[in-house]
Design a protein around this ligand. Structure first.
Ligand code: ADP
Length: 302
């Protein structure tokens, strides 16, 4: 089994005491790649992105490799730089984010002459991406990827997709709706969040959203609804009741880690209900810890 996770991974600056910031490495598709690699073992997951040749890009490469994730499809761009974001905590501990990603090397993924193209993904069984990936790459690259995915699926490949709608990354809502809709139609394992889909389509409520995915004909997946628990998108409409979380420290990467747990379980033959339980087991651990990536020692045991 070989899985490619495609997207942008950034340097994360988080508060580390008065006037100090700690440099970490994070990004939605990278977070999912890390958890998939931890669940499925080293060598299964590859991360696909574009980085620079600078020391911060080296730091990112080291963080990817340290998780047992293959880096051979991380394109290195001379004079390129990675994206950056900074977390600020207010007096009540609420987090806010500032991003510097408009000039990141990942913007040129799949569109640089001499760089990697979608056909480099041919040897994979599963491709994972999110609408953040789509928003970051160029419109032509998006179109090329979508075309290529049709053939990939015809040959038996599976596409897993999360809408992760971030309005600021899109030129306008209509473009986001159209582009994300196209990729939902090319998805086998659908992992939307209810709030993202409501913001995107204006259709309110899980019943309407579950019905929409039934019409799309996705094979399996789950509609994430935070503390209300996910609903299966395999046609059964089964809902997972989740116990009240013991501790909610930081919900960053709740959805990303849920996706990894769900995909890993699905690929090992679990039903949608069992896959939702696996996704939730991991997400519940992740929200009990600060930051997107929890220590390995805090991972749930099978
Ligand atoms: P996203 O981060 O994509 O918006 P959610 O907030 O729906 O995703 O969270 C993903 C999963 O994490 C949920 O399906 C649920 O399993 C778990 N989760 C998130 N927040 C809570 C919470 N407050 N209590 C219990 N589980 C939660």
């Amino acid at each position: 089994m070989k899985i490619a996770c495609i997207g942008e991974v950034m340097i994360e600056l988080s508060p580390a005491g008065e006037g100090l910031m700690r440099a970490g490495v994070a990004g939605d598709s990278f977070n999912t790649a890390v958890y998939l690699s931890r669940l499925l073992g080293p060598g299964v997951v590859s991360y696909v992105t574009a980085l620079g040749c600078d020391p911060q890009s080296d730091r990112i490469m080291d963080a990817i490799a340290a998780e047992g994730i293959a880096t051979d499809l991380c394109e290195r761009v001379p004079d390129g730089l990675p994206g950056l974001y900074m977390i600020t905590l207010d007096d009540r501990g609420e987090r806010s984010f500032a991003y510097w990603r408009s000039t990141s090397a990942a913007r040129g993924l799949f569109s640089r002459a001499g760089g990697i193209g979608p056909d480099t993904l041919a040897g994979f069984d599963v491709i994972y991406l999110s609408a953040i990936t789509l928003a970051v790459i160029a419109p032509e690259a998006r179109a090329r990827l979508l075309d290529w995915l049709a053939g990939f699926r015809d040959r038996g490949g599976k596409v897993a997709f999360d809408s992760n709608y971030r309005p600021r990354l899109w030129p306008d809502a209509e473009t986001a709706r159209t582009e994300i809709g196209r990729f939902w139609s090319a998805t086998d394992i659908a992992l939307p969040s209810l709030d993202d889909e409501e913001a995107l389509t204006g259709m309110i409520g899980s019943e309407a959203t579950v019905a929409r995915f039934r019409v799309l004909g996705v094979g399996t997946g789950a509609l994430k609804r935070g503390a209300a628990g996910p609903v299966a998108l395999d046609g059964s409409g089964a809902a997972l009741r989740v116990p009240r979380a013991d501790r909610v420290t930081d919900t960053t990467a709740a959805g990303d880690s849920f996706n990894a747990g769900f995909i890993a379980a699905t690929l090992t033959g679990a039903s949608a209900t069992a896959a939702m339980a696996a996704g939730h087991a991991l997400a519940a651990r992740v929200i009990a810890h600060p930051g997107a990536i929890i220590p390995r020692s805090a991972m749930p045991t099978a």
